[in-house]
Write a protein that binds this ligand. Structure first.
Ligand code: XMP
Length: 526
């Protein structure tokens, strides 16, 4: 494992990503992590960039014990300045101007161990710089290994110890050879093996779950048909079979035929022990009259918890009477690494942690059942979860599903939700998605859906003026769902979808395509 200590740079998680792409496991922790409290011994440590100045009072510093571990250390930007500052506070000063953007780096080979970071990278190369402070002089014992137009100390290395510093960011794609540098560090310098694969992870996680749950233990979990809960559920099924109890709650705002489809996929095809609860009427009744999007989300979230709790109690009673007898002690949750990073990354001495908007889809551990949380996906990124899904034999169609929000179609109907509007939005969405699949575009798009605008637009149908709802189509591409671009469909494609929706979905008068990017828009419409 390579330990990445985060000083709050927006790029830190990319370091972990790049290393995992090399099949080297990397874990990110805040820069304030005490080395004595680590439950593993890293083979190397990377100190990330950060928005602070090392010499300011209150700026973050690493536990000095990292230097006693005798493992290789690579400091990136702030991380390099931290290494230099620790040696002598006069080593770091404010630059005369911020250096931001591309720079040309010239490695200076001096034929000793210090070159190992640049092995195979002898020529000039483009790198991405983003810094205000810089080194004023070389820390004692260090050499310059690369320079750029504006940085005399663009890369430095200790003459005898495996300690390196880079002023630029190797983790961003704007540094084309950055991955090669990280590879040189992780494999060549730290001696890591490239053994972090999804099938190894799968075996290891199944083993871990079995040890945790024991011979008789039982696990409960909510599933939605989404990628994360499906992969987590299948993993659990592989580990403990029918001692895992999955629950699918039909909240009345799922997509067309979705509940039946999910039931078929999970129960029949993946062999998961699934209970389906049809609570659609209760949800739709409760949504009546609510117009505010946040109130819709809150209502759906809390109703979900009530229903799930009641179901969990029934399951526990049934479990006690079955041959699987034993108390349900664990609760499965498909938390992913980005959510974990969000809570682990260093936000600065006074920064508050922002609440994740998935908070309404997150279940608290049910107090009456006193369950312990199992989060087998908490070290994985979304594409790694998909990879794990494939390793578990989950069909491609399920593995590649677009995300779907917990409050479902309720947040895709602007304003009040009624059963009539749900039906219309559902049918329009079904046509849009079917056409996208038919055109072979589904996997090129990150998320697509149809939303309903309840304003009545006029139309002429069969010589009569009619008034109907407007359907807003949305399709975006994104890697992290934090920013997104609208997908560029061909004109005939949009015309075909529009004609079908107008002709096949009664009550719709207009169809529009939303090309707003995020920001300033969001992916969902409310
Ligand atoms: P926005 O609309 O914030 O969406 O750009 C980003 C991603 O989050 C999903 N989303 C939600 N997921 N509960 C969820 O489980 C919600 O309340 C919610 N709101 C937005 C959205 O579908 C997109 O993938």
């Amino acid at each position: 494992t390579i330990l990445t200590l985060d000083f709050g740079s927006q790029y830190t998680h990319l370091i972990t990503r790049r290393l995992r792409e090399l099949n080297v496991f990397s874990e990110m922790l805040p820069c304030t992590q005490k080395i004595s409290e680590l439950d593993f011994t890293p083979k190397g440590i990377i100190l990330s960039g950060g928005p602070y100045s090392v010499y300011d009072a209150g700026s973050p510093h690493v536990d000095p014990a990292i230097f006693d571990l005798n493992v290789p250390i690579l400091g990136i930007c702030y991380g390099m300045q931290e290494i230099a500052y620790r040696a002598d506070p006069d080593n770091v000063i404010a630059g005369t101007h911020r250096e931001y953007g591309l720079a040309t780096l010239k490695p200076q080979m001096i034929n000793s161990h210090v070159d190992r970071l640049f092995q195979g990278l002898e020529g000039s190369m483009r790198v991405w710089m983003s810094h205000g402070d810089k080194l004023a002089k070389l820390p004692e014992g260090f050499h310059t290994v690369a320079i750029s137009e504006n940085s005399e100390y663009a890369a430095v290395a200790h003459g005898t110890k495996p300690i390196y510093g880079l002023q630029f960011h190797p983790e961003v794609t704007h540094t084309p050879n950055g991955t090669k540098l990280l590879k040189n560090f992780a494999l060549g310098i730290c001696g890591c093996e490239q053994n972090w694969t999804m099938s190894a992870f799968m075996d290891q996680e199944i083993e871990r779950i079995r040890n945790l749950v024991g011979e008789k233990g039982q696990v409960l979990g909510a599933v939605s048909g989404g990628v994360d809960s499906t992969v987590a559920a299948k993993l659990m099924k592989e580990a403990i079979g029918s001692r895992f109890w999955a629950v699918l709650v039909d909240n009345g705002v799922m997509r067309l035929n979705e509940c039946e489809q999910v039931q078929k996929d999970l129960s029949e095809h993946l062999g998961i022990n699934l209970t389906v609860v049809d609570a659609s009427q209760q949800f739709l009744d409760g949504l009546s009259g609510i117009e505010d999007p946040e109130k819709k989300r809150k209502f759906i979230g809390s109703k979900f918890i009530d229903i799930f709790e009641a179901e969990a109690k029934k399951i526990e009673e049934a479990a006690a009477d079955s041959d699987r007898a034993g108390k349900i002690e664990f609760f499965l949750q498909g938390t992913l690494y980005p959510d974990v990073i969000e809570s682990l990354s260093f936000k600065g001495p006074s920064a508050t942690i922002k609440t994740h908007h998935n908070v309404y889809a997150t279940l608290p551990i049910i107090p009456a059942l006193c369950l312990c949380l199992i989060e087998p996906l908490r070290s994985l990124y979304k594409d790694e979860v998909r990879e794990l899904g494939r390793a578990l034999g989950i069909p491609e169609q399920l593995v590649m599903r677009h995300p779907f929000p917990g409050p479902g179609i309720a947040v895709r109907i602007l304003g009040e939700v009624t059963p009539e509007k749900v039906e219309i939005a559902r049918r329009a969405d079904h046509i849009f998605i079917s056409e996208i699949r038919e055109a072979g575009l589904y996997n090129q798009i990150s998320q697509a859906f149809a939303a309903l605008d309840p304003s009545r637009a006029v139309g002429v149908m069969g010589d009569k003026r009619v008034y109907g709802y407007m359907i807003i189509l949305r399709a975006v591409t994104t890697t992290d769902f934090m920013t997104a671009e609208s997908f560029e469909f061909s004109w005939p494609f949009l015309q075909r979808v529009t004609n079908r929706i107008i002709n096949e979905v009664h009550g719709v008068c207009r169809v529009t395509y939303d090309i707003t990017s995020k920001p300033p828009g969001t992916i969902e419409l409310e």
